[in-house]
Write a protein that binds this ligand. Sequence first.
Ligand SMILES: NC(=O)C1=CN([C@@H]2O[C@H](COP(=O)(O)OP(=O)(O)OC[C@H]3O[C@@H](n4cnc5c(N)ncnc54)[C@H](O)[C@@H]3O)[C@@H](O)[C@H]2O)C=CC1
Ligand SMILES: CC(C)CC(=O)C(=O)O
Ligand SMILES: [Mg+2]
Length: 358
Amino acid sequence: MINIVILPGDGIGPEVTTEAVRCLELLSRARGLGLRFTGHHFGGAGIDAHGDPLPASTLAACKAANAVLLGAVGGDKWDEAPIRPEAGLLRIRAELGLYANLRPARIYKGLEDASPLRADLAQGTDVLVVRELTGGLYFGARTYSDEAASDLCSYSRPEIERIAHIAFHAARGRRRKLCSVDKANVLATSKLWRKVVSEIAAGYPEVELSHLYVDAAAMALVTRPRDFDVILTENLFGDILSDELSVIGGSIGLLGSASVGGDGPGLFEPIHGSAPPLAGKDVANPAGAIASAAMMLTELGLPECAQLLTVSLERTIEEGHRTADLGGTTRCSEFGARVRDNLRFELARSEAGERRVA
Ligand SMILES: NC(=O)C1=CN([C@@H]2O[C@H](COP(=O)(O)OP(=O)(O)OC[C@H]3O[C@@H](n4cnc5c(N)ncnc54)[C@H](O)[C@@H]3O)[C@@H](O)[C@H]2O)C=CC1
Ligand SMILES: CC(C)CC(=O)C(=O)O
Ligand SMILES: [Mg+2]
């Protein structure tokens, strides 16, 4: 039995996670994986039900699970709450020790026209953002009054070393190029970041290391995205740059992510937020949630099942099924159903050991 905790969260979170879970259920039945799903309140839904975005019962269930699949949290409704839904997200990342957030971005076949960039700039973009997830500004002490406010940014050498190793390992298995992004011309944390990353590079001579300041990186991502293979960066910069990178492929709704590094379960979530204006309308793009589910299967040691789901998602996109964010009319639930149609086909094909004639 593989126990998976589902945290649908708020806004479009429940809609996109439903489609991802249905794909996983299909795979589990077909392959006898023994996946068992239990849903728990989280984010705004946690505040409404328990007065806490990360209720104790939810945290206990996550810690006991094999993996956690998350939708998204937040919304205006909780703007004035003493603890915002987003605080629950930060807490669960810290509680599970998930210091590494992997966000792969690429141009899907069939979406070549969906990029806001000229095709000659965008085509072939395939980047993995390795974002430090439990340090930096999001976790520093804050002060606030209506006259002055502050946020503390700090990083220690071990925090930088461990995320750098993850990124160098990833680069070694890809095109062996790693760009570390910081603001070392201004920030003390970035100065240490650059020094430590450069030292770690000595252990990975086959990986070509470069450094960019974050402002220049933001520019380079839209002028020469294909030059990047792995981007290693700190929490805030990774959050911002991965949203930027996602639209080069057409939409933020396409990107999944894996948060790993702890002793317990990993957490898998699309990179987008709860998109309140889209909630309840069956129009959100569930591709990022489905891609996150595929990343979860890989992490659970089921790479073949992950591949079947990835191929099914790719084929659905290639067939031209597009949700509204990509200029189409396919509903969220319909898109999920088409992925499952393709998944049934892939399962049958792999069982028959046949190759499909293109
Ligand atoms: N991981 C999480 O749970 C995150 C939560 N948030 C929260 O979400 C709420 C909304 O934040 P925003 O800044 O608007 O970011 P957002 O990511 O929810 O939306 C940004 C834009 O992308 C669109 N979009 C996002 N996901 C989409 C999808 N799957 N399909 C189609 N279009 C999609 C939205 O309609 C909007 O135009 C806030 O409360 C914010 O704090 C924001 C980012 C991450
Ligand atoms: C909502 C924030 C806590 C984080 C965020 O935007 C993200 O992780 O993508
Ligand atoms: Mg974000």
